[in-house]
Design a protein around this ligand. Structure first.
Ligand code: ATP
Ligand code: MG
Length: 433
């Protein structure tokens, strides 16, 4: 029997992993500028954490969670609930009333695997806990936009407000009246949702349902004065920071904990998997999970798989480099190999990336390997070179060869790569050592 990775679970191989590193490094750099601190969270959590936060009648909790039923534990389907659990458990609000945190890692949802949709996927997740200020909403969206801009992916930002427990019931009632008249035309899922979670009908991907809800009432016409003021301040904030956005009055998001501001970063380049990132405010959630009563919060998550796909599609100049050796050492014979291993060790201690193998291959075959590795230089050492203490250093670009003393310091000076100038996604020149 051939053993293969599970459907929807994917290996990330060298060649692609560099793009992941680039995405993660870009995000970390931008998050740091906005004064966010990293937090690392466990993958396994009590099932109840997600049932209580994401909501019993959401797709995630109803059908997408990986749960060990005998243990009452679940592989996290998202990071917000875990992060808030940690925030409460460690009393982080005591040290610092407003916490800005991010985490990067794997999430698990039992969905139908497609391009950009996996069962193990990875998110960049950021959360601000403890602030109600609409300026935070605007800044968070601006930060997300900055990450995307620095990656060079073009997406649009759509925003909506979901109101709060004060204004939502009246809207819900009106929406129910509207849906009741069209019930027979809705898909089975939506018929069921109308009873349990009618707002979700607005978000159904089914084209028939979309047609039906085109003229549905909008929550934006039902916001209470506080929510309306908050939402207008969020938009003012976005305009001040010059972050372009559009209003999407049908966006509801598939998680129950959201209130007020919700948003999505949308692309037209990934087919049905249009959302590259999404998030919103969840002012009641901290209290609901046992934290302080006035514990507002807002956050978003971006899918790394989808960002990587967009970067792969973009083509053009790459802002990431493949990992290639600075130097390939081709040693011939046992003694030369042993002595070159020591030389390579010293060069590595001096921060060079050195490739070398111990398979006793011919010079021709080692040169082939060196070429394939992309190394800029090859050092050739046979018995003769060992005796004289001088090896042959070959520049793989110019094919020029010269004799060099087999000494780590002098070799290091010759091989040390010049500062690399890279063209970043935004066309600026980036220097890398
Ligand atoms: P979608 O509408 O695509 O199902 P979602 O609303 O379920 O997304 P969120 O829970 O808001 O997604 O997660 C935030 C981001 O995580 C998404 O915008 C997407 O980029 C990514 N994401 C979510 N589910 C998956 C998945 N199964 N595979 C890959 N990426 C995913
Ligand atoms: Mg989903």
């Amino acid at each position: 029997m051939k053993l293969k990775a599970l459907n929807g679970f994917k290996d990330i191989l060298p060649g692609e992993v560099e793009i992941w590193q680039h995405v993660e490094a870009t995000a970390r750099r931008v998050f740091a500028r906005f004064d966010f601190a990293e937090i690392r969270l466990p993958i396994l959590e009590p099932t109840e954490l997600f049932a209580r936060s994401i909501g019993e009648t959401t797709d995630i909790v109803e059908k997408e969670m990986y749960t060990f039923v005998d243990k009452q534990v679940t592989m996290r389907p998202e990071a917000t609930a875990s992060l808030i659990r940690a925030f409460i458990e460690h009393g982080l609000y005591v040290q610092k009333p407003v916490q800005r945190l991010f985490t990067i890692g794997a999430m698990f949802r039992h969905e139908r695997p497609q391009k950009g949709r996996l069962r193990q996927f990875h998110q960049l997740d950021v959360e601000v806990l403890g602030s109600q200020s609409p300026l935070v909403d605007a800044e968070l969206m601006a930060m997300g936009s900055m990450v995307l801009q620095e990656l060079g992916v073009h997406v649009s930002l759509e925003i909506n407000s979901l109101g709060c427990p004060q204004c939502r019931p009246a809207f819900r009632a009106e929406l129910l009246r509207f849906l009741a008249e069209r019930m027979e035309h809705l898909c089975d899922d939506c018929k069921r949702r109308s009873a349990s979670n009618p707002l979700r009908v607005l978000d159904c991907k089914n084209s028939g349902c979309r047609r039906q809800v085109q003229d549905a009432p909008s929550i934006l016409d039902h916001l209470c004065p506080d929510c309306a003021e908050h939402f207008s301040a969020v938009q003012d904030g976005l305009r001040r920071l010059e972050v372009p956005y559009t209003l999407n009055r049908f966006m509801v998001r598939g998680l129950d904990y959201y209130c007020r501001t919700t948003f999505e970063f949308i692309t037209t380049n990934l087919g049905a998997q249009a959302a590259v990132g999404a998030g919103g405010r969840y002012d009641g959630l901290v209290a609901q999970l046992g934290g302080p009563k006035d514990g507002p919060g807002i956050g978003f998550a971006m899918g790394i798989e989808r960002l990587v796909l967009l970067l792969q599609q973009r083509g053009g100049e790459q802002a990431w480099t493949l990992s290639v050796p600075d130097l390939y050492v081709a040693a011939l014979g046992r003694e030369a190999t042993q002595s070159c291993q020591r030389l390579a060790y010293l060069l590595r201690a001096g921060d060079l990336r050195v490739a070398m193998d111990f398979e006793g291959k011919s010079l021709k075959s080692q040169m082939k390997q060196a070429d394939k590795s992309g190394a800029s230089w090859v050092l050739i050492v046979g018995e003769e070179e060992l005796k004289t203490g001088e090896g042959l250093l070959r520049n793989m670009q110019t094919q020029e060869q010269q004799r060099v003393v087999l000494d780590a310091d002098s070799l290091s000076r010759m091989v040390r790569p010049p500062v690399r100038h890279l063209i970043a996604a935004d066309d600026s020149v980036v220097q890398q050592n």
